[in-house]
Design a protein around this ligand. Structure first.
Ligand code: BT5
Length: 292
């Protein structure tokens, strides 16, 4: 199929993903579900989880008609160009660690697959330079046994170039208050077409290995997230945060705060030094990098 700007896109090659996948059980056999066009992989993964789908069940698609961002926002894609994946998890550890785990997995998978250096914008956007290449949406619920379900949704802009559709979406969102939040793709950054299959295989391996290590730690110790694996995940995530040390703007609904991003605490909250010298703890919101 010829896409915009004349690129030829092809459907995701599931055999190729399975050939490249070396997970213990994530996305193996019937844990890999591909739907060519779907409203949202997160919606489908949550439905499957509520019906009892096991952890490591992965929903993939070539195109979403109602891709979800955080706080009711949209995630837009160009058919056949991107990674759009949702993984069913049943964590015994605090869900904020999933945000860290997911963004680290995206950074590592990008580096392994196409040698592009990405960083994390607090809390979980993945950027190349100042442009967003991937977004993460963790949604939680409980199944009928009261067990926590978490869906880890990841969207990565892989091939093609950031398109008008994406730019329109960005313009109509509130991001005009937050400078430095344009989109990019891995093809734009690397200069060549990137294998979505290789990226997905790498991503799932990183997710599985950190997830299983955290699960084991949580089962062996009281689930306080104070074990050495949790500490390592937190430390690696902190080291990848391009937000720290920079002047930032934080939007929380209609409220806009500004100051310098000094650090993060153990729960992943951002510690902002505002212009009056006060330290403010930020647990949610969107970050912008002022250009002046
Ligand atoms: C996110 O939300 O970044 C989370 C995105 C998660 C998408 C995945 S795809 C697979 C799974 N299934 C789903 O339905 N969702 C997940 P947030 O931080 O709220 O960012 C959303 C904002 O990013 C939008 O308001 C736009 O401004 C911008 N945006 C939308 N599409 C984009 C894209 N493809 N690339 C870069 N920025 C985009």
């Amino acid at each position: 199929m010829a896409g915009e700007k004349g690129y030829t896109y092809r459907a995701l090659d599931l055999k190729e993903i399975q050939n490249q996948l070396h997970t213990r059980f994530f996305a193996n056999d019937d844990r890999l579900i591909f739907v060519p066009i779907i409203d949202s992989t997160n919606i489908r993964a949550m439905q499957l989880a509520r019906m009892g789908a096991g952890e490591g069940t992965v929903v993939l698609t070539d195109s979403q008609t109602a891709g979800k961002g955080r706080l009711g926002r949209r995630w837009v894609d160009v058919s056949g160009c991107n990674v759009l994946s949702s993984t069913v998890l049943r964590p015994s550890f605090p869900p904020y660690l999933l945000v860290m785990l997911a963004s680290l997995a995206v950074v590592d998978a990008i580096s392994e697959t196409c040698d592009v250096v990405a960083t994390i914008k607090w809390p979980n956007d993945v950027l190349v330079g100042n442009r967003k290449v991937a977004g993460i949406l963790i949604e939680t619920s409980h199944d009928h046994n009261g067990q926590l379900i978490a869906i880890m949704g990841i969207g990565v802009n892989v091939n093609g170039y950031p398109l008008q559709k994406s730019a329109d979406e960005i313009e109509t969102s509130q991001d005009e208050y937050l400078p430095g939040t344009q989109a990019t793709t891995l093809e734009t950054e690397s200069g060549y077409t990137v294998s979505r299959e290789a990226l997905i295989a790498s991503l799932l391996q990183h997710i599985e290995s950190s997830y299983l290590a955290l699960q084991q730690e949580a089962q062996e110790t009281v689930a306080t997230a104070q074990g050495s694996i949790s500490r390592l995940v937190r430390e690696q995530w902190r080291n990848q945060l391009s937000t720290l040390g920079r002047p930032i703007q934080v939007r929380q609904g209609n409220m806009l705060l500004s100051g310098v991003a000094e650090d993060v605490n153990d729960d992943g909250e951002l510690l902002l030094r505002d212009h009056s010298g006060n330290r403010v703890t930020i647990s949610w919101g969107d970050i912008g990098y002022p250009t002046t």
